[in-house]
Design a binder for this molecule. Sequence first.
Ligand code: ATP
Length: 340
Amino acid sequence: MSTASHGDEAHQATLIRGDGIGPEVTEAALQVLEAAGVRMAWDEVEAGAEVVQKYGSPMPDRALDSIRRHRVALKGPIGTPVGGGFRSANVSLRQSLDLFASVRPVQNVPGVPCRYEGVDLVVVRENTEGLYSGLEHRVAPGIVESLKIVTEHASLRIARYAFELAQREGRPEVCAVHKANILKLSDGLFLECAQRVARDFPDIRYTEIIIDNCAMQLVKDPTRFSVLLLENLYGDILSDLCAGLVGGLGVVPGANIGEGCAVFEAVHGSAPDIAGKRVANPTAVILSSVMMLRHLGEQDAADAIETAVHAALVEPENRTRDIGGHADLDGITRAIVERL
Ligand code: ATP
């Protein structure tokens, strides 16, 4: 789905600042968007751990309605309690709005030190089912059952999305990542659907790889991959691994795309360990807003921000701690804004 540019009119979109480092890094992105001259009319809505008491959910209906109305959102990370506590706001958001495709472009960022050069791949993750269906129950004391749901509908849809993305971006290959040697029915169905869709795209090479081998091949030579097509849990895990290949979670953007709406957010979580210290790297959320601008048809502003981010990070003094520097959040944000 794409929304046409509105000329001089401001783009209407939902803003969720999130929790943990969310408000800090989102504010940095807003400053950068403003410096680039982008006119946004934000509908800011509350979501996250702090609103659970007030609305009974970390992703209240008001937030979901706003995104349905505006069809585009920029979202900061929202933490999820481990073990007990409320259901993940991120999973509810993706399932409620049917944001079926998680898209995470993983590329070297000029100047950001990392072990690999020439990485340019996209992780396409199925976002609505698999082991994230939330269907878990205690069968008997000491025994828990967790259901992995795989449907033909969702598998065909995500495979088609991956192939269409490859076609649009001139990418040569789609590689389906699976564990169908063990999960013969569920991952078997996922693969069968990918194979069916592949037949409609004869110009794009289709390959398959078992997830454990894929993890090893990624750390050996990530440049051999172009588009990775994965079900939900595999995509979650391998996208963090892929972020590590190009400098870490601080620099990798993401989008959650549905038929009707698109939510742009960094791959990283709320990083409670560094929240409030103003040392977080805002690059991932700034590059997520670049993806949002492209989606809105604001190509020039998107290119300008991306160039400014790269120009800032080439200077070692602008790099934050997570990418080997000493700059703080305000330092890197200022450096990007100055270059705009
Ligand atoms: P959540 O429960 O929200 O997923 P988490 O701490 O488990 O939070 P992440 O937020 O993804 O997971 O953080 C993983 C690690 O990466 C943490 O050590 C965190 O400090 C670091 N990190 C994540 N995002 C950034 C960032 N933007 N800048 C610097 N470090 C980051």
